[in-house]
Design a protein around this ligand. Structure first.
Ligand code: 8YV
Length: 324
C-alpha cells in the first residue's frame, strides 16, 4: 500500500502526477486555505504533506497527525513551520532553497525600478485621463544608476540582487549578521557595513532576511528615521520585518520618498493606510511567481517528500535531528 499524503494547496497537474506514482494523494486543487482546523482534519492518517508558506504547522496540527513523518514546504521561507515542534514529534521539515533566487531577485528589481519612477501611480494617472501632455515637473523620480543600493540580509537572494546592480553602476553595501567571504563580496562588489550605516547611506534599501522573532519589526520608526528622506524601501522578504504602521506614517509625511512592498503584516489583509498613498508600490506576494520557478519549487518539495518517505535523507532537510 502506498503511503498517504496531503498536498495542502493547489499545485501543477505534473506535480500531482509525479506524487501519485509514489503516494496515495489527498489533493486540494480547489485551493481552499485549510488553516489549523483544516490541516488537523486532513492530516490525520497521513505520512507526509506538501505545504505552502502560509500553512501553519503548529504543535496542535502535529498532535492531530501522529503518523506524520515529513512536511515539505514549497517555499524557501519556513516561518509557518514550528521546527522545534516538528523535531520533537520526529517530523522532518524541508524547504526549497536556491530554485527561486533569480526570480525573487528579478521582482526585487522590478519593485525598485517601480518605486524609483512611481510607475503604478503614473499609470493610474494616465488611465484616469489626467495627463495633459508634457510638463517639466511631472513625475520627477529618483535615478537608479550610480545610486547606493543597500541590502539587509545577504543570503543567496541578497547576493543575486546585488550582482544585478553592476549593470546600473551602483555602489552596493550590505548588512548581515555574518560577513560574506571575500570572494563572494567581490562577486557582487558589495561592502559590509553596520546596520546604522546601511540605513543612513542607502538610496534603495532592499530587505531580504528571513522572518523570525528576532527580525520582527527590524525596520520600525527609529530605523526609518535614520534613512534619507529621498530613499526608497523595498521588501520582498516577509511581512512583519517592517512595522507597517511606522512605514505608512513615514511615507505619509514624506520622511521617506517611496516604498515597494510584496509582503505585509497579517497578509493577505493590508493596512488600509497603504491604499491612500501614491508613493508606495504594492504587489500580492509574487516574488517567486514565474511559471518555471513555481514548478521548480513544487517539484523540489515533491523530491523532498519522496526521499523522506522512502528512507532517504531529503535534500533540503531543515531539522537534521528528526532524521531517523
Ligand atoms: C512562496 C515565499 O510563493 O518561498 C517563499 O518563502 O515567500 C514564496 O516564494 C509562498 O510562500 C508560497 O509557498
Amino acid at each position: 500500500m502506498k503511503p498517504k499524503i496531503l498536498v495542502a494547496r493547489e499545485v501543477f497537474p505534473e506535480v500531482l502526477e509525479r506524487l501519485r506514482q509514489h503516494f496515495d494523494v489527498d489533493d486540494n486543487q480547489s485551493d481552499a486555505v485549510l488553516g489549523v482546523e483544516g490541516l488537523k482534519a486532513r492530516l490525520a492518517g497521513k505520512a507526509g504533506a506538501l505545504t505552502a508558506g502560509n500553512d501553519p504547522i503548529t504543535p496542535e496540527v502535529l498532535a492531530a497527525a501522529p503518523g506524520l513523518k515529513a512536511v515539505c514546504n514549497f517555499a524557501v521561507g519556513y516561518n509557518n513551520i514550528d521546527l522545534a515542534a516538528c523535531t520533537k514529534a520526529g517530523v522532518m521539515a524541508t524547504n526549497t532553497p536556491g530554485v527561486l533566487d533569480d526570480t525573487t531577485a528579478d521582482l526585487a528589481w522590478a519593485l525598485l525600478m517601480s518605486t524609483a519612477r512611481s510607475l503604478p501611480a503614473a499609470e493610474r494617472w494616465l488611465r484616469a485621463g489626467d495627463w495633459p501632455g508634457f510638463r517639466m515637473m511631472d513625475w520627477l523620480g529618483s535615478d537608479v544608476h550610480h545610486a547606493t543600493l543597500g541590502i539587509l540580509g545577504m543570503g543567496r537572494i541578497g547576493q543575486t540582487v546585488a550582482r544585478r546592480a553592476l549593470g546600473f553602476d551602483m555602489t552596493v553595501i550590505y548588512h548581515n549578521r555574518s560577513r560574506l567571504p571575500e570572494d563572494k563580496e567581490a562577486a557582487c562588489r558589495a561592502r559590509w557595513v553596520d546596520k546604522q550605516t546601511l540605513l543612513r547611506e542607502a538610496d534603495f534599501l532592499v530587505l531580504l532576511l528571513p522572518y523570525s522573532p528576532e527580525s520582527h519589526h527590524v525596520i520600525g520608526a527609529a530605523e526609518l528615521a535614520l534613512m534619507k528622506p529621498s530613499a526608497h524601501l523595498i521588501n520582498v522578504a516577509r511581512g512583519g520585518i517592517v512595522d507597517d504602521a511606522a512605514l505608512i506614517s513615514a511615507l505619509r509625511q514624506r520622511r521617506l520618498s517611496g516604498a515597494a512592498l510584496d509582503v505585509f503584516e497579517g497578509e493577505p489583509k493590508l493596512n488600509p493606510g497603504f491604499l491612500e498613498l501614491d508613493n508606495v508600490t504594492l504587489t500580492p506576494h509574487i516574488g517567486s511567481g514565474s511559471r518555471a520557478t513555481r514548478m521548480a519549487m513544487a517539484m523540489t518539495a515533491a523530491d523532498n517528500l519522496i526521499a523522506a518517505l522512502s528512507g532517504q535523507r531529503p535534500p533540503n532537510l531543515l531539522n537534521p535531528d528528526a532524521w531517523r
